[in-house]
Design a protein around this ligand. Structure first.
Ligand code: ACO
Length: 175
């Protein structure tokens, strides 16, 4: 497996990831996908809590660049860039696998990969590949018989490099 750049870590999404550090947060990372909109900290915390209460169903992970020292007010006492504290870097990538419980295939489970995002200035460093590899491993570990996703034509080569193959047709109905 490819190693991450030095100082980068993969970890589950945390409650504190809504805080904007070094002009970057989990929600900001998602903006490469679509409109995120304005989400209050309270609303973020409620959604995070829901995910936590369904933690055998939602697995959201992030990649954090720990090389970035905290710049926000109040961090003056821990400003040494050599002393990295987990959760004090910059989120540069994110992704989710949602585990669906079925009746077919003897109560089989299917992993649905959703919302894969790598910050624009961090693309091409194999971070997307690492996110996908991690989500596939989670799906396999929890017992999914397959892991699937929908994507645009443009992203097909990326997902092929991640071990996926074309299957079926995606359809949508927008309310
Ligand atoms: N066309 C061809 N090859 C590509 C493309 C592309 N569009 N994107 C990546 N690759 C290749 C890379 O060259 C690399 O190949 P290599 O191993 O031969 O060097 C391999 O795929 C892995 O690439 P990564 O460096 O891991 O890709 P990156 O970190 O940039 O992540 C991603 C790819 C997630 C598509 C990123 O560019 C991104 O966030 N884009 C904007 C948001 C987006 O489209 N997200 C996916 C939506 S679909 C969904 O969420 C299910």
């Amino acid at each position: 497996q490819e190693s991450l750049p030095a100082g980068y870590v993969v970890r589950p999404l945390a409650r504190s990831d809504n805080q904007v550090r070094s002009n970057s947060s989990f929600l900001k990372t998602l903006e490469v996908l679509t409109t995120v909109g304005t989400i209050s900290d309270d609303a973020f915390q409620r959604r995070f809590q829901y995910l936590k209460e369904h933690s055998d169903q939602y697995y959201t992970i992030v990649i954090e660049d720990m090389n970035v020292p905290p710049t926000s007010a109040g961090s003056a006492t821990s400003s040494s860039p050599s002393l990295v504290t987990p959760g004090r870097g910059k989120i540069v990538a994110a992704g989710t696998v949602l585990v669906e419980r079925k009746f077919i295939h003897e109560l089989g489970m299917v992993g649905h990969i959703e919302d894969i995002a790598v910050s624009a200035d961090q693309q091409g460093k194999k971070l997307g590949l690492r996110i996908i590899e991690t989500l596939k491993a989670i799906g396999q570990q929890v017992g999914c018989y397959k892991v699937i996703l929908d994507c645009s034509e443009k992203n097909v080569p990326f997902y092929e490099k991640c071990g996926f193959e074309r299957k079926g047709v995606e359809m949508g109905w927008y309310v």
